[in-house]
Design a protein around this ligand. Structure first.
Ligand code: DX5
Ligand code: ZN
Length: 209
């Protein structure tokens, strides 16, 4: 199972060291939570920071867009990200992003909020990089995992097997060292880890990963 540190929870005064520490743990990805204060009730960062991080590392950048009109900015985010994830709750906007990314041969992920039925993702599961199952309401790092939504993991895995699909299943929100084992057993391919990763010292990170 791959662990994707979510940069939202890092010490931004030490951004370069934080990125280096992810590399030193031999992890492959950085997860970047872009929030616009409209789709979610928080503001984080946009293209300048994602592009700055791109210039600092060759790690795979997974950019999770929590913004109202992602199609408008999608190609710009692909200039500095390897994967871009959009919320299925946005309906037409999400469909448009999936279309644009397919036409351009880019990797796209679909994100499902805790209250959203995963059946809405079903028409799009072919040729996507990943489905991100949100296990917190998006907006903030450091929340408790909502375990009631974990049934979606079995649901998606069954569909994946039945239809010989290759999308990855990713869990985002409240992942820590206590629930990690459980997620491993549930055929999760990737987990996003914000607070639990960045609250470790650099030495502890190296020991755990
Ligand atoms: C929530 C974000 C997550 C979150 C992860 O809106 O999508 O990526 O910040 O942080 P933790 O692991 O602390 O819940
Ligand atoms: Zn995220």
């Amino acid at each position: 199972m791959e662990v994707l540190p979510s940069i939202i929870a890092c010490d931004f005064t030490k951004l370069r060291e934080e990125i280096k520490s992810i590399e030193e743990c031999n992890l492959k990805y950085i997860h970047l939570d872009v929030m616009d204060g409209h789709f979610v009730d928080n503001l984080t960062f946009g293209m300048p920071i994602v592009c700055a991080i791109r210039s600092m590392t060759a790690l795979i950048l997974d950019t999770h867009l929590m913004i109202k009109n992602p199609s408008k900015y999608l190609l710009k985010f692909y200039e500095c990200s390897n994967i871009v994830d959009v919320h299925i709750e946005l309906g037409k906007e999400a469909f448009e992003c999936i279309k644009i990314s397919r036409e351009n041969g880019y990797s796209i992920g679909i994100v499902i909020n805790p209250e959203t039925d995963p059946k809405y993702a079903l028409p799009f599961l072919e040729d996507i990089e990943q489905v991100i199952v949100m296990t917190v309401n998006p907006g903030f790092a450091g929340q408790e995992m909502i375990e009631e939504v974990l049934w979606k993991l079995d649901f998606l895995n069954e569909i994946r097997i039945k239809n010989s699909l290759s999308f990855k299943i990713t869990v985002d929100g409240g992942v820590n060292f206590k629930n990690l084992e459980k997620l491993k057993k549930m055929n999760v391919d990737r987990v996003v880890m914000g607070k639990a990763f960045f609250s470790l010292s650099y030495e502890e990170r190296k020991r755990y990963f």
